[in-house]
Structure formats: C-alpha cells, structure tokens
Design a protein around this ligand. Structure first.
Ligand SMILES: Cc1ncc(C[n+]2csc(CCOP(=O)(O)OP(=O)(O)O)c2C)c(N)n1
Ligand SMILES: [Mg+2]
Length: 348
C-alpha cells in the first residue's frame, strides 16, 4: 500500500535533519515485522500518554511541573529494546516516557501526575518523583545532573555485587555541562563501572540552545579526557538507537567500563508546560516534525513493506488510546492521599 500523501518522513536509513549523524558507522538494527510493530506501539503509547497529560495539565488536574517527552520517543524505546531484566534506568524530570518504556503501567504514572493514591509514589511525588523497584526504574530527578552520579552508583552496586547488570543514566545536553557529571565519569572509568551515559541532546536546555551554551557541542566526546568512548546516534531512528545500545551494552556488560551515547533528538513541546517557546521558530519545530518524526518513520516502513495496513495501525492506535483514556479516568477518579500520609515515606 502506498504511504499516506501527507507524510513526508523519509524511510531512508537516517532522517534528513541537519544534525543527523552517527559515528558508529551509522549502524541500523535490522527489525523484523514484530519488532517494528512493537516499536510503533510503544512509541505511540508514550506520545498519546504525553498528549493526554498535556490536556489534563491544561484542565488543572495536574499541578506543579510537567515536562513532556514528545519527539524523543525513539531514544527510550530503542534503548529499552536492548536491555535485559535487572538492568536499571535512571533519568531527570522529563521522565514519563522512560517509565512507560520500562513497563510501568499508565494508570500508576497518570495517577501520580494528578496526585492520587494509586500513583507510583502514592500521589506524593508527582511528575518528577516516581520510582519502581519492580521495573528497575530509579527516578525521576528534578535536580539537573543528579541522576548521573546516582546512575553511576547503581553501576558501582552492580559491580560490587558481581552481577552482570548495567545501569543506564539518561541526561540532557544542558545537564552535560554540570560538574558532577565529570566526577562521575572519572570514577566510572577508573573503576570500569557498567554504566551507559545516554545524553539526550534535544538542542535546548530550557530556552538556551546548545550553540549558546556549549563549548564542545559533540557530546559523544565529553568523556574523552577520561578515555570513555562515545557514539553519536540518530536518536530519531529507533533502529539506530537499538544498534548503538547493543554495542554499548555489550561493551559495558563485558567489564570494559562506561560508554557515552549521544542521542541527536528534538522535543516538540516547550521545556515544561509553562514555556512560551520564544527561543525557536515554529518553522524549526514543524520541519523536525515533518521530516524526522520517529513514529512516522516506523509507520511508513510498516506500510511500505506491507507489514501492516492502515487498518492494522488504526487498531493499534485505538488500543493505545484506550489504555491512555483508562489511565486518565483512573487518575481523575482515584482519591487523593489521606492527610495521615503526610508523615509517611519520608526520612525524619
Ligand atoms: C542543579 C539545577 N540547576 C538548574 C535547574 C533548572 N533547570 C531545570 S531543567 C533545566 C535545563 C536542563 O536541560 P537539559 O539537560 O538539556 O534537559 P532537557 O530539559 O532538554 O530534557 C534547568 C537549567 C535545576 N533543576 N537544577
Ligand atoms: Mg536539552
């Protein structure tokens, strides 16, 4: 079946965006039909979930900060495809996608956003503070860069215990300029810790572009003085992410130490829900959406290869929308925590 006329995303190996390059030889994982469908479903779940969270925020159901991940879905889904049970994930405040990708359920995440009992932190944490030991998700951190040293600590624990788990510490281009990142790099390389540093370079730290804030804009080289290898990856192509993740995980799991993966990606929405977005043009955002969208790339391949019909994809979209609608209903109906919970789950 021919691709839809409105779609302009190319299904070539790499997307057409200007910063798109990959230094691991541009490796692209070979996805079979089931894997493409899984990637489509999982990225779509994150996208629809985030759209709904944005709506609920606008309606006043979600308070405080809320940072949406829309546009960056291929990074976390591609990485997660390469991990095994027991590997840990930690990230910053733009974290809902990471939670869903690790398998945390939509109800628990949405109910946490609305501050309800059924939320992952019993309604007491909110968007930036959710955890799941069961799914090996260690947060959700509002302090820029904090997760880098904590993620390094997770790797230290793995090494100390002698298991073969790796930890993945996600952080942004802005966080990459933070001092504790380099203290962590030093220790990780010194002790050959199994940690993958995933720098999600979405080109902006709040309203500041990397061009204005970054002396070394090739973030894959940020570990060079410690001897930590890095790769620059097309973070809009889930197959490129998976290929790079496979390489990094093999390297880390075999005891060689940390690795950096710089994911070239883009966020479509503002930094947070209260961002007037005056630092970039609408055209820039539109160009990324129409030329490099990670979900549209998969959709086109599925159609072009005859692996799915428009109806098949509509039915996936319906399933996903149902999950998200159910989570939103739950998140509005579930009660808020009881006042007696004010003094539980805290360190005194
Ligand atoms: C230590 C610290 N400094 C400043 C802030 C305010 N702040 C929140 S997000 C952010 C930008 C970080 O950008 P980046 O690391 O690129 O991540 P992105 O938001 O693009 O995902 C800043 C400066 C903070 N939360 N913590
Ligand atoms: Mg950024």
């Amino acid at each position: 079946m021919a691709p839809r006329k409105t779609a302009t995303v190319s299904s070539r190996k790499t997307s057409a965006k200007p910063q798109s390059k990959q230094s691991n030889g541009g490796a692209i994982a070979d996805f079979d039909r089931d894997t493409e469908l899984k990637a489509y479903r999982e990225m779509l779940l994150i996208r629809r979930f985030e759209e709904k969270a944005g709506q609920l925020y606008g309606m006043g159901f979600i308070g405080g900060f809320c940072h949406l991940y829309i546009g960056q879905e291929a990074v976390v889904v591609g990485m997660q495809f390469a991990l095994k049970e027991g590997d840990q994930v930690i990230t910053g405040y733009r974290d809902h996608g990471h939670m869903l990708a690790t398998g945390m359920n939509a109800r628990g995440v949405m109910a946490e956003l609305t501050g309800r009992r059924g939320g992952y932190s019993k309604g007491k944490g909110g968007s930036m503070h959710m955890f799941s030991k069961e799914k090996h998700f260690y947060g959700g951190h509002g302090i820029v860069g904090a997760q880098v040293s904590l993620g390094t600590g997770l790797a230290f624990a793995n090494k100390y215990r002698g298991n073969d788990n790796v930890s993945v510490a996600y952080f942004g281009d802005g966080a990459a300029n933070q001092g504790q990142v380099y203290e962590s790099f030093n220790m990780a390389q010194l002790w050959k810790l199994p940690v993958i540093y995933v720098i999600e370079n979405n080109r902006y730290a709040m309203g500041t572009s990397t061009a204005r804030a970054t002396a070394q804009a090739d973030f894959s080289k940020r570990g060079a003085s410690f001897g930590i290898p890095g790769m620059q990856v097309d973070g809009m192509d889930v197959r490129a992410v998976k290929a790079a993740a496979d390489e990094a995980i093999e390297y880390c799991r075999s005891g060689k130490g940390p690795m950096i993966l710089e994911m070239l990606t883009y966020r479509y929405r503002g930094h947070s829900m209260s961002d007037p977005a005056k630092y970039r043009s609408k055209d820039e955002v539109q160009k990324m959406r129409s030329e490099s969208d990670p979900i549209e790339q998969v959709r086109l391949r599925l159609i072009e290869k005859g692996w799915a019909s428009e109806d098949d994809l509509k039915s996936i979209d319906k399933d996903v929308r149902d999950i998200v609608a159910d989570s939103a209903d739950f998140a509005q109906a579930d009660p808020e925590p009881d006042v007696s919970e004010l003094y539980t789950d805290i360190l005194l």
